[in-house]
Design a protein around this ligand. Structure first.
Ligand code: FE2
Length: 369
């Protein structure tokens, strides 16, 4: 716990989604995204409140949770938002410290620190609120209170392995929050003042605007640049509805817009994902005629990029390859980014224009532009 890391955050431990039918969602993440099921809780394991599946691919952990009664808070979450991100949970040095420090710095408490245990040991757990109905949990395995846990995932879960065919997804690179018009600075201040994050990159509406719709974005990052949370807000377009406003209208509040998943060989990963039926946004083929002029020489063949629909951008330090899925539920809300970094620390600013033209095309088809 230092000035740069006042809450003692170590990394993103997992992302938990509330979903309408975890059994079917788990099948999708396993069969299409290549995650493996590692643990389960539900009626068969003595949990009468929820069913949860813990999924893992390399260093990415997801939990898919469906409440078993209408009184569970998750049921209201699903009613309001559809399937979506409920918790971006951190592994911390000491959950008690992280929670009390965050609350002292202005966070709204959701769950006071408590022991969360089973026969495999105890994890200390607490949580605070962030944008919309999204929360940040703090989890610590070993701390001053002598907590320790040696089970398959987290207390309450029973090991239940069902291997997926992994596609090479390695790590969460960043998670983007969409917030209401005029609230971007508020939430950036929250990440600065409460979490000790710093401003990493700012994009204004001149960077991110097309004929119709626009957005503004500030990327907040922890001091070590391991955890990056861009915050988007809608901006006035030239007569159309911002894609961020479309999200907020359908999510019915601020919320997590996309989870960006880092891989080492994007050609392989995206090839597999497409084979598995994941649908991606496509930019017009003319994008690839201009790409070498914009980014210079790259290791990959432009023909391969074009075939898969992968985008490229460059900064002073290198380049990145990226692609975005279409929303993964019926509401036009949460989607995924698959990216590979070859030195570049940016977010693909050079692709915003091309990308937003295709996003708007999708919006128009949905009657939401
Ligand atoms: Fe992104």
């Amino acid at each position: 716990m230092t000035d740069k890391n006042p809450l003692g955050l170590k990394k993103i431990h997992h992302v938990e989604f509330y979903v309408g039918n975890a059994k079917q969602a788990e099948f999708y993440y396993r069969k299409a995204f290549g995650f493996s099921r590692i643990a389960y809780m539900g009626l068969e394991t003595g949990n009468r409140e929820v069913t949860s599946y813990a999924l893992r691919q390399n260093r990415v952990n997801f939990i898919l949770t469906t409440p078993l009664s209408p009184d569970h808070p998750g049921s209201e979450h699903i009613k309001q938002h559809g399937d979506g991100v409920h918790d971006i949970a951190f592994l911390v040095e000491d959950a008690d410290h992280a929670f009390h420090e965050a609350v002292k710095r202005g966070a709204r408490a959701v769950e006071e620190p408590h022991d969360h245990g089973d026969e495999n040991g105890v994890v200390r757990h607490a949580s605070i609120a962030t944008y919309g109905d999204t929360i940040h949990s703090f989890l610590s395995y070993n701390n001053n209170n002598g907590h320790n846990y040696s089970g398959p995932f987290l207390p309450g879960f029973t090991a239940q392995e069902m291997a997926g065919e992994e596609v090479g997804i390695q790590l969460v690179d960043h998670i983007v929050g969409n917030v209401e018009l005029g609230k971007m600075n508020y939430w950036c201040d929250f990440y600065r003042d409460v979490m000790g994050f710093e401003r990493y990159i700012t994009f204004d509406d001149k960077d991110i605007s097309t004929e119709y719709s626009a957005l503004m974005s500030i990327v907040m990052s922890d001091g070590g640049h391991n955890i990056k949370f861009p915050i988007n807000e809608p901006a006035e377009g030239k007569g159309g509805k911002s894609q961020i406003q479309e999200y907020i209208d359908f999510y019915r509040s601020a919320g997590a817009q996309h989870v960006a998943l880092l891989c080492k060989d994007i050609m392989h990963t995206v090839g597999k994902l497409q084979e598995n039926g994941i649908e991606f946004l496509r930019v017009p083929d003319t994008y690839y005629e201009e790409v070498t002029d914009r980014v210079g020489e790259i290791d990959e063949s432009i023909e391969d990029l074009k075939r898969l629909g992968i985008l490229v951008d460059r900064d002073d330090e290198g380049y990145l390859l990226q692609i975005f899925t279409k929303p993964v539920e019926d509401r036009p809300t949460v989607f995924y980014e698959i990216l590979q970094r070859k030195g570049c620390k940016g977010f693909g600013k050079g692709n915003f224009k091309a990308l937003f033209v295709s996003i708007e095309e999708e919006q128009r088809r949905r009657g939401n532009l």
